[in-house]
Design a protein around this ligand. Sequence first.
Ligand code: CP
Ligand code: NVA
Length: 314
Amino acid sequence: MTLRHLTKVSDFTREECEAIIDYAIKMKADLWNEKYTTKLKNKTLLMIFAKPSLRTRVSFETGMTQLGGHAIFYSIKDSPLGIKETIQDTTKCASRYVDMISARVFKRKDIQDIAANSDVPVINMLDDFAHPCQIMCDFQTIKEKKGKFDNLKMSFYGDCYNNVTYDLMRMCAMFGMDLDVACPDDPKYAPEQEVIDECEEIAKKTGAKIRVVHNALEAAKNSDILYADSWMSYGIPKDEEEERVKTFMPYQVNAEVMAAAKSDAIFMNCLPAKRGYEETAEVIDGPQSIVFDQAENRLHAQKAIMLFLLGIMD
Ligand code: CP
Ligand code: NVA
């Protein structure tokens, strides 16, 4: 079997993502079927964390338990990546012990180095370029809520120089969906050209329209799914907060923005959220918000991702 990794959503094809999503939905409905609970017996996942996490850590750990396997939480506080020894050496040793390696790191280069040196599948649990596990679960949630992917428009608000935004762009491009990302007109907060180019290339084949806009109400027009992410991603210095809040406030998802979208639009946030920043409490705690269903699906989608990478998603 060819060794595969998940460093960003476009490492997989649309068909593979749909198979993973469908399998996640099937497992979710039949959680304790022995067919699933023994799948990862005697298998171990190493989880390397260079940044904090609630959802990712707990859902991966629980997912491994539910599938009959074991997960190891490894904080880089115990041994900083690339300091005492090279990432290459860390990875080569780890892949002699475990069946999968997952990592949450600061730089995309770190994930690439881990993947390049691993003999076992590597899963990106968030870097500065992608958050594929999040977006897989988001699309599972969209399928559950909307029953389809065709003819949907998504809009994203706020900081678009951002891991979650990038994988949403890639996934919408792969799925032929329309996506408006609304951000300040400043390269510091807009998607990197490399990501725009990758999405344009994918969209040529799928017909997706991925646009960068600078007006929240324009992005909301005809939108089926409104998505917000933190204005203070992990690692952004506290002293930038005041400036960022001022800059992003025109992109806050509030009642006016929700009203500009379709009447049956849903609101998503990968969480952690800060009410009064990227969205108002009225929106995230309101009837259109599906953020906790979305968070729950981290568990199910990631279980399916692991089985897929190990070639046992059957
Ligand atoms: N959405 C997400 O990845 O949450 P955590 O940072 O809590 O893992
Ligand atoms: N963009 C956010 C996502 C958190 C899940 C961050 O990097 O902190």
